[in-house]
Design a protein. Sequence first.
Length: 476
Amino acid sequence: MSDQPAILLERHGHVAVLTLNRPQTRNALSGEDVFSAFEHRFAELNADKGVRAAILTGSGTAFCSGGNVTDMRDKTGMFAGGAAEVTEGYRVGIQRIPRAFLTLEVPIIAAVNGPAMGAGCDLASMCDIRIASSSARFAESFVKLGIIPGDGGCWLLPRVVGQSKAAELALTGDTISADEALRIGLVSRVVAPEELMASALELAGRIAANPPEVLRWTKQLLRQAQTRPADGVVLLRLNRPEVLNALNLALRHALAETFSRLDADNSVKAIVLTGSERAFCAGADLTEYVDATPVEIVNRNMGRLWDAVAGCRKPVIAAVRGHALGGGCELAMHADIIIAGKGASFGQPEVKVGIMPGGGATQRLTRAVGKFAAMKILLSGEPFKADSALAMGLASEVVEDADVEARALQLAGQLAALPDMAIRFIKEAVLQGMNNGLDAGLEFERKCFPILFSTADKTEGMRARLDKRPAKFTGT
């Protein structure tokens, strides 16, 4: 391990330049120092509100040569041991890099100064914009080494160049020139080697001339569009991992604005809300509450922010791993379905800090689990595990922690394929009954039921069942 920083950081006004600093290995992505450097540098950029854009480049003649081939050959480092050990090695090793990119709030440009091979090609794909030197080369070369991408390459590349071209690159492992990368959309421009950094800095400067908060929110919206995993499905990820996704006012406003926008977007059919491996959401950010006065709390109008989530007409699935405590548990209860990992923990610990739940737990939890279970949870403030949540009716399903997100997305895809109007009326009827009592719920159901007979989806669904074929719903 070198005593030099694995990633150098240099400031140019509002632009941060990050340089991979392992020229002796052609900037190979290997070793704890490299993995942790991405996490630490990105955390620095997120915390520095003076940074509005970033550039990532490589030192020496290469952008990044990928993984450490010597470790692969010798089965050392993250390649040591059997299948289970290698899988874990990837998780605690190179997969920390794409996870770090998911936390990065500022736009980042890859200034590809030389070969970007294997994981180096994927690293460039993790950036928002790619500019290449004419001497750059790209390859999704894993197949030539007898391995598969372990850093998210098979997810990233199709989103950059399209499914067909990504498949060609991944299945052949062929190396392509900078000009070919430009032709297929892998990079947005190609410049002479001596002009690369000037071009990247000029572009970053134009980006940085815009309002900083708008830039960060725009990047989040672009990421949400990128992470739409199936037709009609949107994945929302709480992104404050350094505080276990605690709810501060900025995050609450972001959630309200995002749910309002998605509710109005007719292309959105189902929403999955998730956090990180360690925490779905650890609750309110107490730094915003410890010195707050009653007037300040009232003026925050938190009910309006919660109502934007509760009022969403699309099905919402909470994919819960780690902590879902206090406001985090309340946020999960605003969903329609909760998929929990075996290691998830739920609870309403507000009583332990001298307050009570303010996001609906006294009502929603009681309706979910009954008076006596709710009283125990609310009055004791003690957390409980996913199996208990399932047994008392708070969780819909419990799966392995590693499968939570995939299962939630699978279920969301199933819901998104069903008739829009029927899904919407069913959700609304259930909530009407919960919020207004049995008689009101039944009355609403009786009004909605005949309306669905005016839809084309009703005719298609029934005809398909009679014809013993899959239905093709159109949302009409």
